[in-house]
Ligand binder design. Structure first.
Ligand code: SME
Length: 161
């Protein structure tokens, strides 16, 4: 059973540290990649909050393809060099965008999105996909949250791929 109320009253830092241990527990089994990515997107979406989209795009050998997510229906294929996701994937770097309308080439899947954080999933120096998070708030994602979400993606990379 998962009870989101355990996070009530925690500071941002405590909340993220607890999320990392919950994520490790959730992925510490031989479930399929789809099951694990689905649960990871659900946990991150619930704990981080104030997001309208949270999920994965994975390298299918030709482009980035939509994986498990929480939110509205989204574009299913993204060229390696397109959008915020393509930039994070091709540069193997986290991309935090305070205002997506000012990001040249941003792909608008959900019209409600105003800020975005995309973190590459790297294993053995190869980028395998990205975790994409969108919010209707401008400048939603802080440096502190970015730091912990990168750690979450490290756990995902180790436990799923
Ligand atoms: N905004 C992303 C596309 C994916 S959706 O946000 C779910 C981008 O520019 O790459």
């Amino acid at each position: 059973m998962f009870d989101i109320k355990v996070f009530d009253g925690m500071s941002t830092e405590e909340k993220y540290i607890t999320m990392l241990s919950a994520l490790t527990g959730l992925l510490d089994n031989d479930d399929s990649k789809i099951s694990k990515l689905s649960n990871a997107s659900a946990l991150i979406n619930a704990v981080v909050g104030r997001m309208n989209w949270c999920g994965f795009y994975l390298d299918n050998g030709k482009e980035l393809e939509l994986g498990p997510f929480q939110g509205m229906p989204a574009c299913t294929k993204i060229n390696y060099s397109n959008g915020v996701c393509g930039k994070a994937f091709s540069t193997k770097s986290t991309v935090r965008v305070d205002d997506v309308h000012k990001f040249e080439g941003h792909i608008a899947c959900d019209a409600a999105s105003n800020s975005e954080l995309v973190i590459p999933i790297i294993k053995n120096e190869k980028c395998l996909g990205v975790l994409d998070m969108d919010s209707s708030e401008f400048s939603r994602f802080t440096e502190l949250e970015e730091k912990y979400l990168i750690k979450a993606v490290d756990i995902i990379s180790t436990k799923i791929f």
